[in-house]
Write a protein that binds this ligand. Structure first.
Ligand code: PDD
Length: 284
């Protein structure tokens, strides 16, 4: 049976035996945060930024981090080392902890820490070749999307909306402006310029956000962060998505219409190639 070792509150344990009390505030209120770190050949991509975001998310909801950066790295490494997989997706979750059910923060509480490794499954060769199909959706989530919260109901409903409309991902708009996918950042290309929505409370700043900005500099692709209207997305030459799992990939069908000429465009392909070079350097 596939029963990987996971980390829960100070101990490594088989996943099937990892248990938390029902009064854990993560279960009761969704009162927690998480992060997802990709490992290639057991080496993490951008670990410092992932741990910094984990710390930011905790600070944003008033959880005192139970570990410093080195402590988090050591825990992550122990879970990665326990897995037979070379390429892994490390899931780290911290909740406020276990307490009687009252909305306000409990006075004395120990955060629950859970880390598991999952296989890293990037888009398939055929998804890369054809590009993804996405649908538009009004962004109905809360206004603190910059926090990587486990309260993901809005994102879950947006992801489900996509599959029910034969799409891979929903691309969301708030007040007529592009925000992001249900679990991805969204980008457009117009006249060779890569455009992204600004980093604010309306999107999660993906670790790939700054990474792609840097790849743009390396590849000589002009980059601009600003509000992007629905009309601009409809008329984009390319639409891209990025995340730890999707890496960077072209969307070629949007609301059943082709994006550009309906094939993955040159900017997406150039960024993907640059991304693969960094991965190959890591995996050695
Ligand atoms: N999701 N926006 C949202 C809402 C996300 O959930 C994610 C990542 C991103 C991209 O962030 P990054 O580049 O750091 O992966 C943007 C992860 C993969 C998840 O929830 O599983």
């Amino acid at each position: 049976m596939n029963d990987p070792l996971v980390y829960l509150n100070g101990a490594m344990t088989p996943l099937s035996e990892a248990k938390i009390p029902v009064l854990d505030r993560g279960f009761i209120f969704g009162d927690g945060i998480y992060d997802v770190v990709p490992f290639y050949g057991r080496r993490p991509l951008r670990p410092t930024q992932h741990i910094a975001r984990l710390m930011r998310s905790m600070a944003a909801i008033g959880i005192t981090s139970p570990h410093d950066e080195a402590g988090w790295m050591a825990l992550c490494d122990s879970v990665v080392a326990a897995s037979p997989l070379a390429d892994q997706m490390l899931y780290i979750q911290v909740t406020r902890g276990v307490a009687p059910r009252r909305h306000t923060f409990p006075a004395q509480v120990t955060p629950t820490v859970f880390i598991m490794s999952n296989p890293l499954v990037p888009p398939s060769a055929s998804e890369r070749a054809t590009g993804l199909s996405c649908v538009s959706l009004d962004d109905k989530r809360w206004l603190r999307c910059e926090i990587k919260s486990t309260s993901l109901l809005g994102n879950v409903l947006a992801a489900q909306y996509a599959v029910e409309h034969d799409a891979i991902e929903s691309i969301q708009f708030r007040d007529g402006f592009l925000t992001e996918g249900s679990s991805t950042n969204a980008w457009i290309v117009k006249d060779g310029v890569l455009l992204a929505p600004p980093k604010d409370n309306l999107i999660l700043e993906g670790i790939r956000y700054r990474f792609i900005e840097e790849l743009c500099m390396e590849c000589g692709i002009p980059f601009e962060a600003r509000r992007i209207s629905r009309a601009e997305v409809d008329e984009a030459d390319e639409i891209l998505l990025s995340s730890a799992t999707k890496e960077v990939i072209n969307v070629t069908t949007f609301d059943s219409k082709p994006v550009g000429d309906g094939r993955p465009g040159p900017v997406g392909e150039q960024l993907y190639a640059a991304y693969q070079r960094v991965k190959a350097g890591l995996a050695g």
